[in-house]
Design a protein around this ligand. Structure first.
Ligand code: SAM
Length: 227
């Protein structure tokens, strides 16, 4: 049986609008400017590339960007948007690349869509194999949102405007560090349900997993402008 909570194809239909409403399209130029420095004018691989929100502006800065994603619908959006970025379908928890890259990056919490500790370590190991000697990996994850939990549950309001109300209803499992959630998007008379599951990581655990995979912490920042 398919796990309905694994990040799935339904997201592609709302992805562009959702990322605009969440301010993520505006942020993409800053993200690309940050990443460009680590690609050193060479090459970069994005894990969970989506529709190229970040990959496209990064490639426009002269970096040769490639990407992997496991969603056909997302990759279709990417192909429609650009022919600058090469991509292939793969699970970021277990992929192989024939190329080596100056930079491998994984942004907007995409790392947490890999939902077990073992798979997250495997993802980091695959990334290390794809890196050139002296290459850099950049991971962008939020601090786990554990405030507001009541009896292991959390409902948060992501957005309210004159047309949309977007809520996230989540159940927490502290043993596996996972949230099983449904995003509820009310717009006019329509309601969309988007189930998903994430495994959150604190930065200390991420550092330890990255060290196991052969990486060494170089820098840590709170935002794309090095705050
Ligand atoms: C939150 S979106 C981010 C997309 C893009 N990185 C961005 O910043 O706009 C997460 C993306 O990761 C992909 N994804 C989720 N789990 C994945 C997995 N295990 N392997 C490959 N791609 C995955 C989804 O299909 C989706 O395109």
């Amino acid at each position: 049986m398919t796990d309905k909570f694994i990040y799935n194809e339904d997201w592609a239909s709302i992805y562009e609008k959702f990322s605009i409403l969440r301010g993520k399209r505006d942020e993409a130029a800053e993200t690309a400017a940050f990443l460009e420095r680590y690609a050193s004018g060479g090459s970069a691989l994005e894990l969970g590339i989506g529709d190229g929100r970040v990959a496209v502006p990064l490639s426009e800065r002269g970096v040769r960007v490639e990407g992997v994603d496991n969603s056909d619908s997302m990759l279709k959006l990417l192909a429609r948007r650009t022919d600058l970025v090469k991509f292939w379908k793969a699970d970021i928890a277990n992929f192989r690349s024939e190329q080596r890259y100056n930079l491998v990056y994984c942004v907007w919490n995409t790392f947490t869509f890999v939902v077990t500790r073992e798979a997250q370590i495997a993802c980091l190991r695959s990334a290390v194999e794809a890196l050139d000697d002296g290459g850099t990996m950049v991971i962008d994850v939020g601090v786990p949102p554990l405030d507001g939990l009541v009896s292991g549950q959390q409902t948060s309001t992501l957005l309210v405007d004159h047309e949309n109300t977007i809520l996230n209803a989540a159940v927490h499992d502290p043993l596996t560090q996972t949230f099983v959630s449904t995003l509820l998007w009310f717009s006019g008379t329509q309601v969309r349900r988007l189930p998903h599951r994430v495994r959150y990581v604190y930065h200390q655990e991420l550092d330890t997993m990255a060290e196991c995979a052969g990486l060494e912490l170089a820098e840590r920042w709170g935002d794309w402008t090095r705050g």
